[in-house]
Ligand binder design. Structure first.
Ligand code: SPD
Length: 282
């Protein structure tokens, strides 16, 4: 076997990826092959081909998205905030190196500009080449790729974007600061007067601290805020949360008419039902 990082191991002639989520939870996937494996200046970037989930993006040993279920997360982090904005023109995506969120945003003809700020260019290169089930090999001229730190990018920006999507990895290492109050305060300033933002706010089962803190930050900074949910099978616990903040527009999904946009998961029923939360999440 080639020399791979410790999260790839061989058992009985089969190759396995094991995500080491915590001492008591390790999740393993049987692989067909490792397609791409390189260290960037930021993190280890890997694309594997798995038996059950197809190709998967792995950053520092953690599953980020897969060919089988990546559309659920990417559609939910993109279509919910854009649908809730009555007149979106300019969208900023922070993170989202697999290009799935930008690909979904590009389905809205009314958008004039989609800025995608990703700290690690290697993630975008790897996904465009080896994970086209998610990236779609995105080449829409409205999408501007900016390879820089999202924290620095938003600091000092004022009144620029209609919608900002924070599509981050877990709050460790490069993404940790993307969960901080100061960062959300800068996002608030970077939005236009009636802007809407969303961030992924982790597992409601395993990361109640992160979800609770994110809800408090967003509620403090925005007139309207809400959390919604989706099930993403390859994220630990399955159930995943997103938290949205809106400066002016009330978060009233029941008043939005969802247009057919060639989605596989998102639709009118999902937009309204995703805001119905189980008791423990309220
Ligand atoms: N445990 C992994 C959670 C990752 C959430 N964000 C993924 C970003 C993919 N664009």
């Amino acid at each position: 076997m080639k020399q791979y990082p410790e999260w790839i191991q061989e058992f009985d002639g089969n190759l396995w990826l094991t995500e080491n989520d915590r001492d008591n939870l390790k999740i393993s996937y049987r692989l067909k092959e490792v397609v791409f494996s390189e260290q960037s200046p930021i993190q280890h970037v890997m694309i594997v081909d798995s038996h059950d989930f197809g190709r998967m993006l792995i950053l520092d040993g953690v599953v980020q998205t897969t060919a089988l279920d990546g559309h659920i997360y990417n559609e939910m982090i993109t279509h919910v905030p854009i649908s809730l904005h009555p007149n979106p023109k300019k969208v900023l995506i922070i993170g989202g190196g697999d290009c799935g969120a930008a690909r979904e945003a590009a389905k809205y003809e009314e958008l004039e500009q989609i800025d995608m700020v990703e700290i690690d260019e290697l993630v975008v290169q790897a996904c465009k080449e080896h994970l086209q089930e998610v990236s779609g090999n995105l080449s829409d001229p409205r999408v501007n790729f900016l390879f820089t730190d999202g924290l620095k990018f938003v600091a000092g920006k004022e009144n620029e974007y209609d919608v900002i999507i924070v599509d981050s990895s877990d709050p460790v290492g490069p993404a940790e600061q993307l969960f901080s109050y100061d960062f959300y305060a800068n996002i608030q300033k970077a939005l236009k007067e009636d802007g809407i933002m969303v961030c992924q706010s982790q597992s409601p089962l395993f990361h109640q601290d992160v979800l609770g803190q994110t809800q408090r930050h967003i509620a403090d900074l925005f007139r309207h805020s809400a959390t919604y949910k989706a099930v993403v099978p390859t994220y630990p616990g399955g159930l995943w949360s997103f938290t949205i903040g809106s400066k002016v527009h009330p978060i009233t999904p029941e008043n939005v008419e969802v247009r057919p946009l060639n989605t596989k998961y998102f639709n009118q029923d999902i937009l309204t039902s995703c805001f119905s939360l189980p008791e423990f999440m309220k």
